[in-house]
Design a protein around this ligand. Sequence first.
Ligand code: FCB
Length: 467
Amino acid sequence: MAKWKFPEGFVWGVATSAQQIEGAAQEDGRGLSIWDRFADGEGNITDGSRPDVACDHYHRWPEDIGLMRKLGLDSYRFSIAWPRIFPTGTGAVNAAGLDHYDRLVDGLLEAGIEPFPTLFHWDLPQALQDKGGWADRDTTSAFAEYAACVVRRLGDRVRRWATHNEPWCVATLGHEEGAHAPGLKEPRTALAVAHHLLLSHGLAVRAMRGEAHDAEYGIVQNHCPVVPASDSPEDFDAARWFDGFFNRWFLDPLFTGRYPEDAVADRIRAGHLDGPRLPFVHEGDMGIISTPLDFLGMNYYSRIVMRAGEDGKPVAVAMAPVDQLTDMGWEVYPDGLTGALLDIHRRYAPPAIYIAENGAAYDDAPGPDGRIVDQRRISYLHGHLLAARNALEAGVPLRGYFLWSLLDNFEWGFGFTKKFGLFAVDPVTRDRTPRASAAWYHAVIRENAVDDDLSLPAEGDSRVFQP
Ligand code: FCB
């Protein structure tokens, strides 16, 4: 069977986030986050669950590092919970919070795994939300201070840092659509939030470089290729509109220091801005936002197909047959990953790119022997690794791949109903059970290669995870 070797030094990882796996919501002085509060709201989380215990990773992290070691990972992308470090967002540092990540980083390094932290994966301290949250410009300097504080403690051992995860989700899902914390439906606020997230990123990169100059700094952006539903000019325009706010509204400022003019015009037409002057942009902001980066993290799950709604605004249409959808309802479309990487490389030329998340939700039942053979997840991963190979062959400076996710976890508004893990997590005992995809990924990492053809893991690879 033909194998395609990834470049020497290609980084293999998995990704998680604090709010989704840690639990221990009330322990060691952790403050309340906006997701703890959001979960109180009737109907906000589909299964009515709360992230209070999640995967109990806060206590079980040594066991989880053991799983990572068995996978053979080079790197682990996790996030740091701001409310553990500054329970009310600013002010006095909570030493116990810093100690936790100190131990985690040492544990990873002892296991030969590089720690790759993200500073903000959506768990804003509720105390800051009470003062306006990301709509308040002061949150940007609070974030930079928090980031610098963490780097001061861990910067002697951590070489790569990401500031934000998916600012589009925070701005749009959190402040325009109300589906994520803090649950607002205010498009004008969402634009200010997007700007403050970007500004805080630039401020944080500068502050962190002041603490650890030689480390690498970047941001993680979700990228979604947008396809028009037909070749009508209206559908083309709807696709352009969606791309404008989902992708370019964030990448243009980061790499060119400007908001995309066509997308600004869309927002004026929609009544979300009064004119081309953006009221939340102060002099000097765009220079801070476009502070040069060492890498871009890109999350890719699927593409989206758009048609024009009655008012011309984009409306998503389902084109794919049901058997090509994951449990999130997202189309399996690996070519979109190649396209997104090429597009970013050609348009913005970041010095290095990581696929910072990629994975699929499927809930396959265990077979009679107790094994979970998640063939669809393996097929999804295989297709996307071939897509990554195609991008590498086309010259994209792709340096690594982080699979979402190590464990089934708290999938935001979907609670625990969507299973993304290489390891299933028992909802009561929290015991971790490897799926076949864990053994499959282990073999990919060991070989640093992907087979042309899809196959299930060999028996020997599955044995790696037997107790
Ligand atoms: C991404 C998020 C991550 C997880 C995956 C499925 O948008 O960054 O936390 O929810 O989707």
